[in-house]
Design a protein around this ligand. Structure first.
Ligand SMILES: *Cc1c(COP(=O)(O)O)cnc(C)c1O
Length: 462
C-alpha cells in the first residue's frame, strides 16, 4: 500500500512515511493509491465485536508492513484503554430513526482523541524503532491541541508545541493545554486568530531548512493517520444498526473536512452508506460550495461552535482530487487559485460527483441554541454546540434510512453556550473535576514566524 499526493508531484510514500510527514512537499495531502474494500461477509462479521477488533479489521489493509498484526493490535488496545466508555463510541437513540454517535468519551472529551490517541501510539512505536526524535508543531482552535498534548505528553522522543489563538479558546480548552506538567509540552498563546496560527504552521512546513533541522512532524487533521483512525466508528456504528444488511446515513459537524472524509472512505471500502451530510455553522463555505459549484472565501464570523469556524477546509482537497479523477495538476491549479484569489470554480463533472456523494446543510447561531434546548426535551440528551448544528441538519435530511449524527464534543467543553440554551451547567466528568485547581503554564508569543522558529529551536536545546 502506497500513498500519493493530491497535487501529483511529491514522491509516493509508505503508510509510516505518510504518517510521519503530514503535509506533502508539493503542498498536497497524502491519500492511498487505491482504497481497499471489505466484503459484505467481513462487514457482517463485525456484529457484536469490540471497537478494538473492528478497528483492526478496518485499518489493517491500509498500514502495509509498518506494523505486524500483533504490534498493531497492541497499539490499538493501548490507544483506547483510557476511554471512559466500554463501547468507546456508544450510540444513543434521539428519535424513531435518528441516532447519536457519542465520540466524546476520550481523555479530552472530543472526537479528536480517537485519532490522536492512536497516532500517539503509532508515532511512539515508529520512533522507538528508528531512534529518531521529532518536533510536533500543531495549530488549534481548541480541541486538536488538547488531544495532541494528551497523546504525546511525557514521550521521550517527542517535543510538542501547540499554537492557539490567545484569548479565543474556552477556559476548559485552554486549561487542558496549559495544565499538563511534562517538560516536552509547550503551549504557545499566539497574538492572533486561528487562521494566523494555521498560517504560521504552514510557513514552518514550507521552510525546508527549519522543517528538516528540527525534524518537524504534523498532527493536524490533514495527517492521513488521523483520517484513517476516524473511519472505524463509521463501521462500528453502522454495523450496530444492521449494516451491511441495512443501509445507514450519517450527518457530520464539519470544519476541516477530516471526519466527513473518513465517512467517504468507509463508503468506498464497501460500507452501505446512503447519505453523507455535511453540517456547517454560519461559516458555511462548504454548504455554499455544494450549492453554487464555486468555493468562495468569506471572513470567519466567530460562533458558539468554534471548532467549525473555518475558511480553508483543508481535507476538502482530498475529495476534490477524486472528483477530478485523481488529476493532481488540476487540483494544484485550483488550490493556487484559492490562495491567490480566495475563490475557485469547480468543473461541471467534478461538482456533479461531489453532489452525488455529499449532501449539506447549515445552522445559524439561533438554530443551534434552539436545537440544544429542544433535544434536551426530545431525548434528554445535552448536546455540545457542534453536535447541535449536526442534529439540526440531520433532522432536515431524515428519511426512511436510519440517520446517525456524530456528537463531536462533550457539552462540558462548551458550558457557556449550553447553559445559555438550557439553563443547565454541564459538569465536567469526574476524571477532569480538578482541572480548575491545577497551575497553568504557557508562553505568550507574537505573530511572527522568525520569533516562533527561534523560540522552538531554543526550547529544543534546553
Ligand atoms: C475538529 C472538530 C470538528 C470538525 O471536524 P473536522 O474533521 O475538522 O471537519 C467538529 N466538532 C468538534 C467538537 C471538533 O473538535
Amino acid at each position: 500500500m502506497k500513498y500519493i499526493s493530491t497535487r501529483g508531484e511529491a514522491p509516493k510514500l509508505t503508510f509510516e512515511e505518510a504518517m510521519m510527514t503530514g503535509l506533502a512537499r508539493d503542498g498536497g495531502l497524502y491519500v492511498p493509491e487505491t482504497v481497499p474494500t471489505l466484503t459484505q461477509n467481513q462487514i457482517a462479521a463485525m456484529a457484536g465485536q469490540s471497537y478494538e477488533e473492528i478497528a483492526f479489521t478496518v485499518m489493517r489493509p491500509f498500514i502495509g508492513d509498518t506494523f505486524t498484526d500483533d504490534e498493531f493490535r497492541g497499539l490499538i488496545g493501548a490507544a483506547y484503554a483510557d476511554f471512559n466508555h466500554a463501547a468507546r463510541a456508544p450510540l444513543k437513540q434521539l428519535d424513531n430513526n435518528h441516532f447519536l454517535l457519542e465520540l466524546f468519551h476520550g481523555p479530552t472529551l472530543a472526537f479528536k482523541d480517537f485519532a490522536m490517541q492512536l497516532i500517539g501510539q503509532m508515532f511512539q512505536a515508529s520512533l522507538t524503532r528508528s531512534g529518531k526524535r521529532i518536533t510536533i508543531v500543531g495549530a488549534t482552535s481548541g480541541d486538536t491541541g488538547s488531544a495532541a498534548i494528551e497523546a504525546f505528553r511525557g514521550l521521550s522522543n517527542v517535543d510538542v508545541f501547540i499554537l492557539f489563538p490567545d484569548g479565543r479558546v474556552s477556559d476548559v480548552q485552554r486549561r487542558q493545554m496549559t495544565t499538563p506538567s511534562e517538560s516536552n509540552v509547550h503551549a504557545l498563546a499566539l497574538d492572533g486568530d486561528f487562521d494566523d496560527c494555521q498560517a504560521a504552521l504552514k510557513d514552518m512546513f514550507n521552510d525546508f531548512e527549519f522543517r528538516d533541522g528540527v525534524n518537524l512532524a504534523g498532527v493536524n487533521s490533514i495527517n492521513w493517520g488521523r483520517v484513517l483512525a476516524q473511519v472505524v466508528y463509521f463501521f462500528s456504528s453502522a454495523v450496530a444498526l444492521g449494516a451491511p444488511h441495512r443501509k445507514v446515513s450519517f450527518t457530520v459537524p464539519t470544519g476541516n473536512f477530516g471526519d466527513i472524509f473518513a465517512g467517504y472512505i468507509a463508503k468506498k471500502m464497501g460500507l452501505p452508506i446512503e447519505q453523507l451530510v455535511i453540517a456547517t455553522n454560519q461559516n458555511d463555505i462548504l454548504h455554499r460550495t455544494l450549492e453554487t459549484g464555486a468555493q468562495v472565501k468569506e471572513g470567519v464570523t466567530p460562533s458558539i461552535s468554534p471548532s467549525m469556524d473555518i475558511q480553508v477546509s483543508s481535507n476538502f482537497e482530498r475529495a476534490l482530487f477524486d472528483a477530478y479523477g485523481r488529476d493532481g495538476a488540476v487540483v494544484a491549479e485550483q488550490m493556487e487559485e484559492l490562495k491567490d484569489n480566495g475563490a475557485f470554480t469547480i468543473s461541471q463533472g467534478a461538482i456533479e460527483m461531489l453532489r452525488d456523494t455529499f449532501d449539506s446543510g447549515r445552522a445559524s447561531e439561533d438554530e443551534t441554541y434552539a436545537t440544544i434546548k429542544s433535544e434536551l426535551t426530545r431525548s434528554g440528551e445535552l448536546l455540545c454546540p457542534h453536535s447541535a448544528v449536526a442534529v439540526k441538519v440531520a433532522d432536515e435530511h431524515q428519511g426512511p434510512t436510519p440517520m446517525i449524527t456524530l456528537a463531536t464534543a462533550h457539552p462540558a467543553k462548551f458550558p457557556a453556550a449550553v447553559e445559555k440554551a438550557t439553563g443547565q451547567h454541564p459538569p465536567l466528568p469526574p476524571h477532569m473535576a480538578d482541572l480548575f485547581d491545577k497551575p497553568e503554564r504557557m508562553t505568550q508569543v507574537p505573530n511572527d514566524l522568525a520569533a516562533l522558529q527561534s523560540l522552538i529551536k531554543e526550547r529544543l536545546n534546553t
